[in-house]
Ligand binder design. Structure first.
Ligand SMILES: [Zn+2]
Length: 299
């Protein structure tokens, strides 16, 4: 009997503790971001002041994403939505703006010049039918994978937070500068990994690493053709091309089929490496990428 009473009290306490915590969470203003790397930056800039919600997570596609009803509901009480220029935003941002006029929509990539994405057209220049290219359209959306550009994103995010709450400006500026310094250290770390590892051009199913390549002088060669796996005839010429470039690693990500990538890796005796551009741990993701492309070639 006593035991039962204790259990009942314990359960009650647990319930109170949980709901108390929930209330506390509720009091914090909500910030939405499109992808996990933005959440990484925001947590460093304002983590304890806001509840940070991520739209698209690893394994989901930022090209075709549809916000869940729960997310749309939550957006109604959100202070900010920080966008990053991934395709699903194109359809959703105008809708959300008109539905929630008090929501501040901030383009995290403001001031960044977007590069063109590599397409099969670069590989098969004479073949007209490949010209449609990439599911994203022509501009490469994967800006956050260059730490140099990530710094601009951090500055943009900090600026929006400061404008929203000028009283906390000095605290935001301090955190911004700390984070920028961390990113500078990360850039140096990546250069060390690459210098020691003699990086090679690499194959990647979906060409997410263009800005990373631009910053560090690397070359990615996409496997997908207009968003799909290459046909057998295309595979043959692709394998020949990749062999001639000395490709030693083939990068895949969870949300795309690995079938062609694995077949290509087998033909080249190259390594297959899984990288998640939508991973939460930003510095570790970029270190992994640097290691992935800097395997020394066969002796
Ligand atoms: Zn993509």
């Amino acid at each position: 009997m006593i035991r039962k009473v204790f259990t009942a009290i314990a359960v009650l306490l647990l319930i109170t503790a949980c709901s108390g915590q929930k209330d506390l969470q509720k009091q914090k203003p909500v910030i939405f971001v499109s992808i996990p790397s933005q959440a990484y930056f925001l947590e460093k800039l304002a983590g304890e002041r806001f509840q940070i919600e991520i739209m698209v997570r690893a394994g989901e596609s930022p090209a075709t994403y549809e916000p869940r009803p729960r997310q749309v509901q939550k957006l109604s009480e959100a202070r900010f939505f920080f966008t990053v220029g991934v395709p699903f935003e194109e359809a959703w941002v105008p809708r959300l703006k008109s539905r929630f006029p008090s929501l501040s929509v901030v383009d995290t990539t403001a001031g960044i010049r977007k590069r063109a994405v590599e397409t099969a057209h670069d590989i098969f220049p004479k073949d007209k039918k490949h010209e449609e290219g990439h599911g994203h359209g022509l501009k490469d959306p994967h800006v956050w994978l260059s730490p140099r550009l990530a710094k601009q994103m951090v500055k943009n995010i900090a600026e929006a937070l400061i404008q929203d709450d000028p009283e906390k400006a000095s605290s935001y500026k301090e955190r911004r500068d700390t984070l920028l310094y961390e990113l500078t250290l990360l850039q140096k770390e990546i250069r060390v990994i690459l210098d020691e590892g003699e990086p090679q051009p690499f194959a990647v199913f979906h060409p997410s690493w263009g800005y990373f390549c631009d910053e560090f002088g690397l070359v990615q060669i996409p496997i997908e053709i207009a968003g799909r796996e290459p046909a057998p005839r295309e595979m043959t010429s692709l394998v020949a091309l990749l062999r001639s470039k000395g490709v030693k690693s083939v990068i895949i990500q969870k949300e795309f089929s690995a079938h062609a990538a694995k077949a290509i890796a087998k033909a080249l005796e190259a390594d297959v490496i899984l990288l998640e551009p939508l991973g939460r741990d930003y510095p570790e993701l970029l270190r992994e990428a640097a290691r992935a492309v800097s395997k020394r070639g066969a002796p």
